[in-house]
Design a binder for this molecule. Structure first.
Ligand code: BTN
Length: 331
């Protein structure tokens, strides 16, 4: 028997799936396992939270587009069940916080205590949001999606780069699903729109016997920010879905699309994802680049991506070297 939380999730999932259309109580009862005469009472807490549920006297319930609010039941209910049953795809377990230091830190701490793969921690605001290379990630209240996802993939550490590729493609997929624009991917971790940074990825892994013990996939996507929400130095470099499209999107919609995309990519052969990355990687592939790596500066042309997820760099002598991590400048 499913828990009350799972039933509520299924109820909200069925209402969202109807996309603002009226759904009969009988259909909602079947989808959720909640008796038809208890549906209204079960929806009260969500109405109080701001979901604009409408009850129709002649029968049926509708959920018009809600404002930019979220709850764990919405997220779970909107992630498709078949994907959740695939053994390589964890069941998402979302925890939504009003404020935290860094969602990556929260998830890492929980991972060390044994949390299961699929833990998803999102916050409306981060006070110490972190980017790559020790940079800060600006995380103003309700501006962007700030989320970290715990994965325990069955992966050798030498293939951990696949997670970067998979996650960045999932970010691009999610943005396209929600806003109908296809961002480009700039190696290794940037999602770009109109030449500006729309999102970033900070993956932190802990090894266990040569394999990935766990990975914290930290994702920031600028969703609702206005230009003045970015600090002056970032204003010319960053964009948000709102700035790029003129529309305000719900962060929950972006999170749901992201988890759905991640589930699809985790279930698919890595080669498919590699091809999708190559198609979105024109800011990287074919470019003459300088890479700052732990082994110093590397110059050459970015020519491909190998099956471990490493970027292939061809140097002036024609030698090809796989690069797993670094920072890239086009020259
Ligand atoms: C980058 O582009 O440098 C990576 C940015 C990653 C930001 C996200 S926001 C959610 C998660 N928590 C953090 O502190 N950082 C990541």
């Amino acid at each position: 028997m499913s828990s009350a939380r799972d039933q509520d999730a299924a109820l909200l999932g069925a209402l969202f799936a109807a996309d603002g259309q009226r759904v009969t109580r009988r259909k909602l009862a079947t989808a959720s396992g909640i008796p038809a005469d208890e549906l209204d009472a079960r929806l009260v807490p969500y109405i109080e939270a701001g979901y604009p549920v409408e009850f129709h006297p002649q029968g049926g319930i509708t959920l018009p587009e809600p404002p930019d609010i979220w709850c764990a039941e919405e997220i779970v209910g909107r992630c498709p069940a078949p994907a959740r049953k695939n053994p390589t795809v964890p069941a998402w377990d979302p925890v939504l916080l009003a404020k935290t230091s860094s969602t990556n830190d929260v998830v890492r701490e929980q991972a060390r205590k044994g949390a299961r793969s699929g833990l998803v921690v999102a916050a409306s605001r981060q006070t110490k949001g972190r980017g790559r290379l020790g940079r800060a990630w600006e995380s103003p209240a309700d501006g962007g999606l700030y989320v970290s996802i715990l994965l325990r993939p069955n992966l050798a550490m030498s293939d951990a780069g696949r997670l970067t590729i998979l996650s960045s493609v999932a970010m691009a997929d999610a943005v396209e699903a929600v806003a109908d624009v296809r961002p480009q991917i700039k190696w290794p971790n940037d999602i770009m729109l109109d030449g500006r940074k729309l999102g970033g990825l900070l993956i932190e892994t802990e090894p266990k016997g040569g394999r990935v013990g766990f990975a914290v996939v930290g994702i920031g996507i600028n969703v609702r920010q206005e230009a003045h929400d970015f600090s002056a130095p970032l204003r010319k470099l960053a964009t948000s879905l709102h700035l790029a499209t003129g529309r305000l999107y719900r962060r929950a919609d972006v999170l749901v699309a992201l988890l759905q995309a991640l589930a699809r990519r985790l279930a698919a052969p890595f080669d498919d994802t590699r091809e999708a990355w190559i198609a979105a990687g024109s800011l990287t592939l074919g470019q003459r680049v300088t890479l700052t790596t732990t082994r110093g500066l590397k110059h050459g042309q970015a020519v491909g991506l190998d099956e471990s997820g490493a970027l292939l760099l061809r140097d002036a002598a024609g030698e090809i070297e796989p690069i797993t991590a670094g920072d890239m400048q086009a020259v």
